[in-house]
Design a protein around this ligand. Structure first.
Ligand code: UGA
Length: 443
């Protein structure tokens, strides 16, 4: 098929590249000329394992193209995917100006029947708005061209985006038009070759809702476990054991019940807020989602508070090594990363930070911690420990899992670890002479 993908952010670029990999003819469009020029040369704007090589391969195979002019692509395409950003508006709702802008451009320039696919995370009712915008533009032109708007939300995770796209748990398609559903099925069929067909066709509004509910459910699981962790600590239980104890119930399951320093990233915080707003606009107060957010906001400070309990409120003269800055491993993304909150809190009390992250240092230096005094960056995890008063583990990169504890002990001023991701075996660390703080277990 011939596909146009509008927006070369995370979702758009992965979607376009994976469709190209399956042999479709794909053009990815973005208004950012520099970004498009780089992509034509195989340089991608984000870090995502395997993506750059896949872009380069498909550009070389003439299956993947990049362009800045949407109108030039529309005369020769079967489907146009809208994958532009939906940032959070001031009131917490999703800002749809870019989505509607693209819809209007499509309506102005489409020349033949077209399927328009909403891939961006958009609130319930957006497909209707996209449809109305395109109809309006066509009317202005005095044209009658057949088109269908489909909701096809994306469920990929950063760090494993290609795996998620190529082997999806499910593909949700919202359309009431049978022929359109059939075309979507043909497009996705190659992704189910080795497994059963997992395409779920439903009405548009249910598809739009599914995306938010999936993310809100996952965020709820995390906040629930963080709440449990805090209670465990107070009553002398170990959340690591409780997690296994409950996860072994197949109705509960093991995934997404790891306590930590709270969820971050570009999706959960934004989508929980947007779902709350959608409910509010429909006249409903989503109390549980309020609590999910409150627990998460508080959880970001748990590790900082443990540091303060240990060292006192005045941290001047103290230096802390931080392992991990990104909101999770496998990405350089620092949006809403707990590390930002923890580092800002500790430096505001006079502490110095020596940080190490395998991928996110550039992001930290140029944006997220740019204006924070007292932060320096180290080239290796061990260099960050040199003469530090303690180490804080904030992102569970694999390379942090089994470090050389003796080297750590020799580098740190005192063998103290604050683990915001419960990565280590507390008995072993205690036997090695470490003071080990973690989430959800009294020391
Ligand atoms: C999330 C969803 O997992 C994807 O399915 C969805 O498509 C995506 O949002 C999106 O809407 O675009 P992502 O934000 O990349 O993906 O990251 P996750 O792997 O889900 O992690 C989110 C946060 O939850 C991280 O901060 C992570 O550390 C935290 N987390 C996750 C926990 O604290 N505990 C857990 O058990 C799992």
């Amino acid at each position: 098929m011939r596909l146009t993908i509008v927006g070369t952010g995370y979702v758009g670029l992965v979607t376009g590249t994976c469709f190209a990999e399956m042999g479709n003819h794909v053009t990815c469009v973005d208004i950012d000329e520099q970004k498009i020029e780089n992509l034509k040369n195989g340089i991608i704007p984000i870090y995502e394992p395997g993506l750059e090589a896949m872009v380069q391969r498909n550009v070389a195979n003439n299956t993947l193209y990049f362009d800045t002019q949407l109108k030039d692509c529309l005369h020769d395409t079967d489907m146009a995917f809208i994958a532009v950003g939906t940032p959070m508006g001031e009131d917490g709702s999703a800002d749809l100006q870019y989505v509607i802008g693209v819809a209007s451009e499509i309506g102005k320039h489409m020349t033949s029947p077209l399927i328009i696919v909403d891939k961006s995370t958009v609130p319930v009712g957006t497909a209707d708005k996209v449809k109305a915008t395109i109809s309006h533009e066509l009317k202005q032109r005095g044209e009658e061209i057949e088109f269908h708007v489909v909701s096809n939300p994306e469920f990929l995770k950063e760090g494993d985006a290609i795996g998620d796209f190529m082997k999806p748990d499910r593909v949700v398609v919202g359309t009431e038009d049978k022929e359109t559903a059939e075309k979507m099925r043909r497009l996705y069929a190659p992704f189910f070759r080795s497994s059963m067909d997992r395409m779920l066709v439903m009405d548009v509004r249910s598809a739009e809702m599914t995306k938010y509910v999936a993310n809100a459910m996952l965020a709820t699981k995390i906040s629930f476990m963080n709440e449990v962790a805090n209670i465990c600590e107070l009553v002398g239980a170990d959340v690591n054991k409780v997690r296994i104890g409950i996860g072994s119930d197949s109705r509960i399951g093991y995934s997404f019940i790891y306590p930590g320093s709270g969820y971050g990233g570009s999706c959960f915080p934004k989508d929980v807020k947007a779902l709350k707003k959608t409910a509010e606009q429909a006249g409903y107060h989503a109390q549980l989602l309020d609590a999910v957010e409150e627990v998460n906001d508080r959880q970001k400070y748990v590790i900082a508070n443990k540091v303060i309990d240990h060292f006192g409120e005045n941290l001047s003269g103290k230096t802390f090594a931080v392992w991990g800055l990104s909101f999770k491993p496998g990405t350089d993304d620092m949006r809403e990363a707990p590390s930002i909150y923890i580092i800002k809190k500790l430096t505001s009390l006079g502490a110095k930070i020596q940080a190490y992250d395998p991928k996110a240092v550039h992001e930290a230096q140029t944006f997220y911690l740019k204006d924070v005094d007292g932060v320096t960056y180290s080239d290796t995890r061990y260099a960050a420990l040199k003469n530090a008063d303690a180490m804080l583990l904030l992102t569970e990169w694999k390379e942090f899992r089994s470090p050389d504890f003796l080297e750590m002990k020799n580098s740190l001023k005192a063998p103290i670890i604050f683990d915001g991701r419960n990565q280590f075996d507390s008995d072993r660390l205690q036997a090695l002479g470490f003071t080990y703080y973690q989430i959800g277990k009294k020391r």
